[in-house]
Design a protein around this ligand. Structure first.
Ligand SMILES: [Fe+2]
Length: 210
C-alpha cells in the first residue's frame, strides 16, 4: 500500500539518478570525451525541480515537523541553501565552459545532495512518518505537489518517470490516482506512457485499474 511519503522518496531517487548521470558525463567530458553537452546541460532542469521540491518541503513538511519535533528541520533548511550554492558554482563553471571546474562542481553537488537525501529518507521523514498522522502527511504532500507550476507538469513527468524504477513508478501512480481528479489523472497517464514507452506494460500488470 503506497503512502503519501512514498511520492517524496521516489522523487529523491530521481534526483540521485539524474545527478549521478550528469556527474559521470561531466567527468567523461573533462577527460576529453565529446558529445555529452546535452546530458550535462540537464543540470538546469534538474535544479528547477530540486528548487520546487525544496520550496515544497519548506512550505508544507518542515512546519508540520516543527510541531512534533522542534529544531529538526532547521538543519535541513541549511542543507537546501548549500544545494543552492552548489548549483550557482556549477552554473558559473558551465558559463565559463571550464570542463575541469564543471566536473568538480557536479561532484561536489552530487556528494552533498546524496548525504542530504539520505538524511531526509532515514531521519527527517522517519520522524515525519512516526509522529504525523496519515491525513496530515497526505495534506503536506498535496501542498508540495502544487509547488510544481502546472504548466511545467508535462516536463516534470517526462523528466521523472524514466529516472525511477518500477516500484517508485507504481507508488507514484497509485498516489496520483488518489489525489488527482479523474480527468487530470487521465492526462498524466498519457504523459507517463509517452515517457516510459514499453515499460508501461509492467505498470498495467501491477496496477489493474490502469
Ligand atoms: Fe530536502
Amino acid at each position: 500500500m503506497a503512502e503519501p511519503i512514498d511520492a517524496i522518496l521516489a522523487i529523491h531517487n530521481a534526483f540521485r539518478n539524474d545527478l549521478e548521470r550528469i556527474d559521470a558525463a561531466a567527468l567523461d567530458s573533462a577527460r576529453g570525451m565529446e558529445g555529452l553537452g546535452a546530458i550535462i546541460e540537464r543540470f538546469r532542469f534538474f535544479n528547477e525541480v530540486l528548487v520546487w521540491h525544496a520550496n515544497g518541503e519548506e512550505l508544507a513538511v518542515f512546519p508540520v515537523l516543527e510541531n512534533v519535533a522542534p529544531l529538526v528541520a532547521e538543519a535541513y533548511v541549511k542543507d537546501h541553501r548549500c544545494l543552492d550554492s552548489a548549483f550557482d558554482t556549477l552554473s558559473k563553471s558551465y558559463s565559463a565552459r571550464d570542463l575541469s571546474q564543471i566536473a568538480r562542481a557536479t561532484a561536489a553537488f552530487r556528494f552533498h545532495l546524496n548525504i542530504h537525501l539520505d538524511k531526509e529518507d532515514t531521519h527527517l521523514y522517519r520522524i515525519f512518518k512516526e509522529r504525523v498522522s496519515l491525513p496530515e502527511q497526505g495534506k503536506a504532500v498535496g501542498v508540495m505537489s502544487k509547488a510544481i507550476p502546472q504548466e511545467r507538469y508535462p516536463e516534470f513527468v517526462a523528466w521523472m518517470f524514466p529516472l525511477i524504477g518500477h516500484d517508485d513508478r507504481e507508488n507514484m501512480i497509485r498516489i496520483m490516482q488518489i489525489v488527482m481528479p479523474a480527468p487530470a489523472f487521465t492526462g498524466v497517464e498519457e504523459l507517463i506512457k509517452k515517457a516510459i514507452g514499453s515499460d508501461w506494460a509492467e505498470l498495467m500488470r501491477r496496477i489493474p485499474t490502469l
